[in-house]
Design a protein around this ligand. Structure first.
Ligand code: ADP
Length: 246
């Protein structure tokens, strides 16, 4: 299999502090990779660097073989990179449907389209409704997004990132704040979503994570400590010492 996304010798510094040092990783087409590591390991910085939200100090990032290291986040989004955040980032006053419509428009229009004119783009509405259907949100299409439960807002975020059928999906703690009752259902959604394209996800819940990804990268102190399958990672003495606290 070929690498869709790769980075070589990637470093990000904040002043004299190195948040990422010399990270070289390949992500294969269609694979799901989980990124784990203690707080401050550089996981969010890494996702931001890939998405173009964080300038890198040195190194190279390639998407489908093209050097994207200095491209803006917007350009990368158009090339098929989608990123979700640890905190819910829907527009609370807009309806659930409008949130997805706006996301669909934004990826494809060169100029911003006033959201009040959304009704004049029926194809966008059709695609947005299909995305809502897929994420079990069709019944709440017309309610303000801010009135949904936290779990359903997280599902909406997935609909928002997936409506543009990205090549690479970057998910930052997609299960953060999801209650126990919704966790299994939501983990199923994330599993289904990540099965469709190359996915890199940060997740703290180890039990869930082991069911989501067969490829795990352990970051510690901004460096790659280990990479492997769940069993190998759990058994790795270096990882146990640095991360699992054993
Ligand atoms: P993780 O997601 O693994 O918890 P982060 O990528 O958020 O780690 O942070 C890595 C390190 O970089 C942390 O020590 C953090 O304090 C530092 N850091 C992150 N962003 C900035 C910033 N904008 N300015 C200075 N330091 C930062």
């Amino acid at each position: 299999m070929s690498a869709v996304l790769s980075c070589s010798n990637l470093s990000v510094s904040f002043g004299s502090f190195a948040a990422l040092s010399d990270v070289t990783l390949n992500f294969e087409d269609g694979a799901t990779t989980a990124l784990i590591g203690p707080n401050g390991a550089g996981k969010t910085t890494f996702l931001n660097a890939l998405a173009g939200l964080q300038r890198v100090s040195s190194g190279t990032i390639r998407l489908d073989g093209s050097d994207i290291t200095v491209l803006s986040a917007h350009r990368r989004a158009r090339m098929g990179m989608a990123r979700s955040f640890q905190i819910v980032t829907v527009f609370p006053q807009m309806t659930v449907l409008e949130n997805v419509q706006v996301a669909r428009m934004r990826a494809h229009m060169k100029v911003a389209v006033p959201w009040r004119t959304l009704a004049s783009f029926p194809a966008v509405e059709r695609e947005a409704r299909a995305a809502l259907e897929r994420f079990g949100l069709a019944d709440v299409a017309d309610v303000p997004a801010g009135t949904l439960s936290h779990g359903r807002q997280r599902a909406l975020e997935l609909a928002i990132v997936l409506v543009n059928a990205p090549r690479v999906l970057l998910l930052d703690e997609p299960l953060a704040g999801v209650g126990r009752a919704e966790l299994d259902h939501f983990a199923d959604l994330v599993r289904e979503v990540s099965a469709r394209q190359t996915t890199i996800l940060v997740e703290h819940n180890m039990d869930v994570l082991m069911t989501l990804a067969r490829d795990i990268v352990v970051l510690v102190g901004g460096q790659v400590l280990a990479r492997g399958g769940p069993e190998a990672i759990q058994a790795d003495p270096k990882v146990r010492e640095a991360y699992l606290g054993a």
